[in-house]
Design a protein around this ligand. Structure first.
Ligand SMILES: Nc1nc2c(ncn2[C@@H]2O[C@H](COP(=O)(O)OP(=O)(O)O)[C@@H](O)[C@H]2O)c(=O)[nH]1
Ligand SMILES: [Mg+2]
Length: 459
């Protein structure tokens, strides 16, 4: 990361389209000299008309490509500064030549995310939106794309700004009563203050309530299929993966290595892991498989516990059921086509846990699998509320914010009338700082660098 990273005074250039050949390749120039450099590349003496697509030729010693040039004068551009986009043919050679020519004319190669960084530094978007740009580009399921797009549109920004505005108002009134102590005039009534803090706390907590599933949407999740040998784990894995990935045999102990497959479960990016059946064994290879299965379930976000419904449950089944009860377990009772050796209601270890009965052989009950899995994961229908916290950084900051707010509220509540303004203000300022950091104000440079360095070049 160069020391110029946080300065927008030079003009940057990059290819904005993915590497490789394509019908088009787009080059972006942003900075005070963007228009002049574009003029040099195009050999034009007349200025480009703002926001009008203009057919032109790129010239070096001779013309090298036909392009469409569009000039977006700042501040009404993506970066907030003068920006030129050149739509050339998507030839890596031609694009490279145009970049070289731009550098020769005074541009600097952009760092990853530097265009979006400039948009942020120029106040076009806040940090939540900048992060949403990266998430949108990285999304692999429609639900991820949607959550990111909502944040890019500013839904979360607006929700946080609204909370921040109320907090600011409380702080202003407390500071006023601190500044004029002799007036005998209290700007803030303790009862009012507690009520207002409760409202702010409730709004902030509401944002966090579904953040955990929001995070799963953004990051995807790992779901491990566990159970004894031969209960149908690999069959279930293949069914969910929609392909015969894992070997299925009637011989117990077939699966040894961990098998993974990434699927899109109603918009959730899910990495499924098939594992060796857990049992005591003297076979060295299988023992290693069992060890890996145990480790996999320890780090998973959720587990699917498969049981054979046609055979009596034994101690190994129960041990697997009781191992580290994950709040997101789903129990699958398989092989109901063969018969039912027990009822889920009679098994204490299954009480209060989501259970689906099925036969992976006949397909009976299999339709219930995906909805049951989504419910076990706690993922609600996404349509209802576009305000969604998905980012672990935001979750951490909002959690800290709530802590500070709760401390302030407790201090007012315990004061019995005379508000200890200084203490309360300290906590409220802390709370506000966390909110501002979510949006990127007062965010440390290291945090910004870490965020923008994950972008692709040209964004
Ligand atoms: N009857 C019956 N057999 C099944 C069912 N599901 C799987 N099997 C069979 O059970 C055996 C073990 O299946 P597999 O998926 O390899 O189990 P795993 O060891 O847990 O991975 C295979 O012969 C499957 O064909 C089912 O619902 N009913
Ligand atoms: Mg298997």
């Amino acid at each position: 990361m160069p020391s110029t990273f946080f300065s927008s005074s030079d003009t940057i250039v990059a290819i904005a389209t993915p590497p490789g050949r394509g019908a088009l390749g787009v080059i972006r120039l942003s900075g005070p000299d963007a228009h002049r450099i574009a003029g040099t590349l195009l050999g034009r003496s007349t200025p480009l008309e703002p926001r009008r697509a203009t057919f032109a030729r790129i010239r070096r010693s001779r013309s090298i490509d036909q392009v469409v040039a569009t000039f977006f004068p700042g501040p009404a551009s993506y970066t907030g500064q003068d920006l030129v986009e050149l739509g050339a043919h998507g030839s890596p050679i031609v694009l490279r030549q145009i970049i070289d020519a731009a550098v020769a004319a005074g541009a600097r190669l952009a760092e990853p995310g530097e265009f979006t960084l400039r948009a942020f530094l120029n106040g076009k978007i806040d940090l939540v939106q900048a992060e949403a740009v990266a998430d949108l580009i990285d999304s692999v399921t429609p639900l991820q794309a949607r959550a990111a797009f909502d944040q890019l549109e500013g839904t979360l920004t607006d929700a946080i700004s609204a909370i921040d505005a109320r907090l600011f108002d409380v702080i202003a009134r407390l500071e006023a009563s601190l500044d004029f102590p002799d007036e005998g005039y209290h700007f803030v009534d303790p009862g009012d203050l507690v009520r207002e803090l409760d409202r702010i706390l409730a709004d902030t907590r509401a944002l966090l309530r579904r953040a955990e599933t929001g995070r799963l949407i953004r990051e995807g999740l790992q779901v491990v299929i566990v159970g004894k040998p031969n209960v149908g784990k690999s069959t279930l894995f293949n069914t969910l993966a929609g392909a015969a990935r894992a070997i299925v045999t009637a011989q117990p102990g077939t699966t040894r290595d961990l098998l993974t497959e990434t699927i899109d479960l109603d918009g959730l990016k899910m990495t499924l892991v098939d594992t060796a059946g857990i049992r005591e064994t003297h076979n060295e290879v299988e023992r290693e498989g069992v060890l890996r299965a145990r480790r996999a379930q320890d780090v998973a976000d959720a587990r699917i516990l498969v049981l054979d419904g046609s055979e009596p449950l034994d101690a190994e089944d129960v041990a697997i059921l009781l191992n580290d009860q994950n709040s997101r377990d789903l129990c699958v009772v398989n092989k109901v086509d063969v018969g039912s050796a027990w009822r889920a209601a009679d098994v204490p270890a299954l009480l209060g846990r989501p259970v689906v009965m099925m036969s992976l052989r006949t397909g009976e009950g299999v339709d219930a699998l995906k909805p049951a899995l989504l419910q076990a994961l706690g993922v609600e229908a996404p349509e209802r509320d576009p305000v969604r916290v998905t980012n672990a950084r935001h979750i951490g900051l909002l959690t800290d914010c709530i802590e500070s707010l709760a401390r302030a509220r407790a201090a007012v509540d315990m004061s019995g009338g005379a508000i200890p303004e200084e203490f309360v203000l300290d906590d409220l300022h802390d709370a506000r700082e966390k909110l501002e950091q979510v949006r990127g104000r007062r965010a440390p440079d290291a945090v910004l660098q870490e965020i923008f360095s994950r972008f692709c070049i040209g964004k």
